[in-house]
Design a protein around this ligand. Structure first.
Ligand SMILES: Nc1ncnc2c1ncn2[C@@H]1O[C@H](COP(=O)(O)OP(=O)(O)O)[C@@H](O)[C@H]1O
Ligand SMILES: [Mg+2]
Length: 393
């Protein structure tokens, strides 16, 4: 069999589908200088899995309909040795299905099942090494409420909020509105499980608030409403590593034309460049003390939420007082935050290499532990003593 492949998995049924394509193409370009055999695993917006060399070119994605005719369908399968492979389907009349051995999977999805622990769980089930956070950290990273709640219990500052579920809102919005108004306007309304500013709205009045909540429910059944930090500076910091062996990058201050960093600011500024094209200051022009505390808090959060690989922690800072709050964790940040690592002395190929090594190390560790017992507890001898299997007998 040929060289085991590094699979790069991206796209997916997610509002951030295109952003993921950009991140994956950037990573693929960076990995050209490494001796890996890189194989794409592209999940369409409808959830179909495809592979094929053309899927490593950004051009291919300009026409999502014709793309499918240039690619092969594929899926994970377990071979006769018990190893997971990528099985790519037949394309033409004379081509054979291909069995691709897997070294590791680079998880480059943004949002939904690719980032919330579901795809990570699939990799666990297939016993594949995969980059980034495991199931729990991914799920926590995708839940703005729970991540904040854990931080709060550990004394990490977060902005006051009110949780709103669609069920409670439908049952009667009055008491929810009253709770929110105790925070004081303006407030930010956010879907709990989304990213890239999708569905995030600022509300200055009760009317705005009701409209923002109704709109946000189109994206998610759970929302948080937060007091607005104003005047605001946003500071982000990336962390790379595993367990106690993790490192924080320089901090960035992303800039926006508007009051909130929109999807357009983040990804559509310079087509093809993704998160790397948003305007920002690196390093963030804040005091050394604040930089230090944000980097330390980022490392603390990385361990607290049991992260692995590369993440980005986002903070909201009140400009005048310098008070900072943890806002959210991105377990698969746009463009893998490579621009922060460039400025921290690591190259993009270098960080991807490290992410792959960490994935393989975690996989070795997992497989080194007792995961099941050789003895069959259901063998005839063992079962004889078990009560209840034969009714009352
Ligand atoms: N409490 C807040 N106060 C001020 N601005 C906020 C607040 N929460 C969010 N924002 C603005 O909205 C943007 C998107 O919100 P965020 O929580 O980061 O969601 P997303 O996961 O969609 O990126 C932030 O980058 C920031 O500009
Ligand atoms: Mg954000």
């Amino acid at each position: 069999m040929s060289q085991p492949a590094v699979i790069i998995a991206f796209g997916g049924v997610s509002p951030e589908h295109e952003v993921s394509v950009i991140t994956a193409m950037q990573a693929a370009a960076a990995l050209k200088e490494k001796p890996y055999r890189l194989v794409p695993l592209y999940i369409t917006k409808q959830g179909f899995w495809f592979t094929g060399p053309r899927l490593l070119e950004l051009e291919t994605y300009k026409d999502l309909k014709s793309l499918e005719s240039e690619a092969h369908s594929c899926h994970f399968a377990i071979d006769e040795h018990g190893k997971t492979v990528l099985l790519s389907g037949k394309s033409g009349l004379f081509s054979k299905p291909e069995t691709i051995a897997i070294k590791a999977v680079i998880v480059a999805f943004h949002g939904s099942e690719g980032e919330n622990g579901s795809f990570q769980g699939l990799c666990e089930q297939y016993n594949l090494p995969y980059t980034g956070c495991g199931v729990t950290a991914s799920a926590l990273g995708m839940d703005k409420r729970l991540a904040k709640r854990i931080c709060k219990s550990e004394g990490i500052p977060v902005v006051d909020d009110v949780w709103v579920t669609e069920t409670d809102w439908s049952a009667g919005p009055d008491s929810i509105i009253a709770d929110i108004e105790k925070l004081g306007y303006p407030v930010f309304v956010k879907p709990v499980h989304l990213g890239s500013s999708i569905g995030v709205m600022k509300a200055r009045t009760r009317e705005d608030l009701q409209e923002a909540i109704e709109t946000a429910f189109r994206y998610d059944s759970h929302l948080i409403v937060e007091k607005a930090v104003s005047p605001l500076i946003e500071i982000n910091c990336s962390v790379l590593g595993s367990g106690a062996d993790a490192e924080a990058s320089v901090c960035e201050q992303p800039l926006s034309r508007d009051e909130l960093l929109s999807f357009e600011d983040k990804y559509l500024g310079d087509a093809g460049k993704g998160m790397a094209s948003a305007t920002r200051h690196i390093p963030a022009p804040v005091s050394d003390e604040l930089t230090l505390v944000i980097r330390e808090t980022s490392l603390r959060l990385f361990r607290l939420l049991d992260c692995s690989g590369l993440v980005r922690l986002d903070f909201l800072v009140e400009k005048e007082s310098g008070t900072f709050y943890f806002n959210e964790i991105n377990t698969i940040p746009g463009s893998f935050s490579f621009y922060l690592w460039d400025k921290s002395g690591s190259t993009f190929p270098g960080i991807l290499d490290k992410m792959i090594q960490i994935a393989e190390m975690r996989h070795r560790e997992k497989n080194g532990r007792v995961r099941s017992y050789e003895t069959n507890l259901l063998s005839t001898k063992a079962v004889r003593g078990l009560k209840g299997l034969k009714g009352k007998g």
